[in-house]
Design a protein around this ligand. Structure first.
Ligand SMILES: C[S@@+](CC[C@H](N)C(=O)[O-])C[C@H]1O[C@@H](n2cnc3c(N)ncnc32)[C@H](O)[C@@H]1O
Length: 548
């Protein structure tokens, strides 16, 4: 890419020196743009990128935002790829010290760089995800379908694990990249007695799988765009990453329907999806996408939380998280759906048990406000010891605004009491905190419906006593009922959607030092996360503190 002129990076290292005319300049990209023109500017940026200059440095040197840089790369190469160049040499074939995940919180500190995996394609998933999914829900020789294959991560894993794979993407440049990443021969003895399969890679639209037979696929393992949060292409027709959220969800209905049709009964469909923020709210694309798949007939076998590690928790972000009172999105959802073996009859009717559920609960925590103990991301990992206390402290510190709070707890199925313990100051309270420890005791379906109904009633009753801009925080958790998971956080979010409350945060809370080995033999993952759903009472006629 360099035609003999000084490489951009070394030129710039010496200060603001124009890489084209080598003159010292005060501004950044402005000089290149005005003196040498737009084409030269684009070329210089791409050269800097190819030369390995980090994105933030490119941003400050050339005066462009990260989004503009992504757009430039995507327009030029037809693909949103973060480092330009050929795949690296393979150093090892399998992840070191790999252990299958046994709980519902999956966290991979290193993204994984065995075989040809690397992070070149923007938004590709960690290969630990398809590896876990493939190992858990398929056997050698099974057909794994990834219709959003991107840079080929799933296809590479399927090949390494002796599974057949159908790999598709709407973007032809992704097919080229996937084939590049699949361009390796496994060592002779690598698969032992297993057969080796070369994935079938092609351009295709996930909304139309009409060339695949009904009930023909053993596992679907895919990672769609999260609506238009990251653009994966600039001109590719049918690319769902160009859509707004509503349209994206509509198109995902087609994907879900086709997935249901082609999957064999009893088999699984794993979809990784994350939320986004708009203004001061969380847009729960994750839960909305789960709804789309449930609506076509899938059942929820597991709801895994995938932690993100590339979020910044220090400096600018930390300061802004505190200043504007928002958390950095640090988790995604990996629902594992099952196509039931026989259609599940709708609306199974069960008698509602004669139970009450509420009991005054909250000890009033005496807590000194220490700002430096604030959690700044949407995943809170708290020590097992003092778990509840730490959780309460964090919630009250962050959301009571010094205006007082009250709590209610759903503690029992048998007590027929309803009460509220008020904390400091009842009028214009800053926070209503609703806890539900009874959910840990295997509640039944009617229990759950009753809990949801009462939660809604409470919120409607208490809302007028909460100050404008005050918060309602609901601590809840997914529960397993029979073979499937009842995703209660999603149910609450669905239930409260049309309300004058705005969803400020979906926080995942989990315990430190879990011992996953205890559950290693179970067919099911151990549910070891809870949620805090943070709702803000809308300020009439005002927008409050905006954050970036
Ligand atoms: C999040 S990326 C997938 C990344 C992939 N898991 C990996 O590891 O590289 C989403 C992919 O969906 C593709 N895509 C968008 N719309 C599509 C559609 N209608 N059909 C098939 N693929 C589509 C995009 O081109 C993009 O490569």
């Amino acid at each position: 890419m360099n035609d003999g002129r000084k490489p951009v990076r070394s030129a710039y290292k010496k200060g603001n020196i124009c890489p084209i005319c080598h003159k010292g300049v005060s501004g950044s990209g402005e000089h290149i743009r005005s003196i040498h023109g737009e084409e030269e500017f684009r070329r210089a940026v791409l050269e800097a990128k190819a030369g390995g200059m980090p994105d933030p440095e490119i941003g400050s040197r050339f005066g462009i935002t990260f989004k503009q840089l992504e757009k430039l790369i995507t327009e030029t190469y037809g693909i949103n790829i973060s480092a330009l160049g050929k795949p690296k040499k393979i150093k090892y074939w399998t992840p070191k010290d790999f252990k299958e995940e046994t709980t519902t919180v999956w966290s991979f500190k290193q993204r994984g760089n065995w075989a040809t995996h690397d992070g070149r394609y923007r938004g590709n998933w960690s290969p630990y995800i398809p590896r876990n999914v493939i190992l858990k829900y398929s056997k050698p020789g099974d057909v794994v379908l990834d219709y959003f294959v991107g840079g080929g991560t799933t296809a590479v894993e399927a090949k390494l694990l002796g599974r057949r794979c159908i790999a598709r993407d709407i973007n032809p440049a992704c097919v080229v990249l996937t084939l590049e990443n699949l361009d390796f021969r496994l060592p002779e003895t690598f698969l032992g007695k297993l057969s080796s399969w070369e994935p079938e890679v092609s351009v295709g639209d996930a909304r139309d799988l009409s060339d695949l037979f009904d009930n023909s696929i053993d596992l679907i393992c895919a990672h769609p765009p999260y609506a238009g949060i990251i653009n994966y292409s600039s001109k590719v027709e049918g690319d769902l990453s160009k859509l707004g959220i509503e349209e994206f969800l509509q198109e995902m209905q087609k994907v879900a329907k086709e997935s249901y049709r082609v999957l064999k009964p009893g088999r699984k469909c794993a979809i990784l999806i994350g939320d986004t923020r708009k203004r001061k709210r969380v847009v729960p694309i994750g839960f909305q996408t789960i709804n789309v798949f449930l609506e076509v007939g899938f059942k929820l076998k597991e709801l895994v939380i995938k932690r993100q590690h590339n979020c910044k928790s220090t400096g600018f972000w930390y300061a802004n998280s505190r200043k504007y009172n928002f958390l950095l999105l640090a988790h995604e959802y990996l629902p594992i759906f099952e196509k039931p073996k026989s259609p599940v009859p709708l609306g199974v009717s069960e008698e509602v048990a004669d139970y009450g559920l509420l009991f005054p609960a909250m000890e009033k925590p005496v807590i000194k406000r220490k700002l430096d103990e604030f959690e700044t991301m949407t995943v809170w990992i708290l020590p097992e010891k003092d778990f509840e206390k730490r959780l309460n402290k964090n919630v009250i510190d962050r959301y009571s605004n010094g205006k007082g709070y009250s709590t209610i707890s759903f503690v029992s199925h048998s007590k027929n009491e309803t009460d509220i313990t008020l904390g400091e100051g009842q009028n214009g309270r800053g926070l209503l905190f609703i806890k539900s420890p009874f959910l840990a005791d295997n509640p039944s379906c009617p229990n759950i419906e009753f809990y949801l109904q009462r939660t809604k009633e409470f919120i409607n009753r208490e809302l007028p006593t909460i100050s404008e801009g005050g918060f309602i925080v609901i601590q809840t958790q997914d529960v397993r009922i029979g073979e499937y998971v009842e995703p209660l956080a999603k149910r609450v979010v669905d239930m409260l959607a049309p309300n004058n409350l705005s969803l400020k945060e979906i926080i995942v809370v989990t315990q430190q030092n879990q011992n996953p080995k205890l559950q290693a033999t179970s067919e099911y993952l151990k549910i070891n996360h809870q949620y805090l759903l943070v709702y803000e009472k809308q300020i009439l006629g005002g927008s409050g503190n905006e954050h970036p």
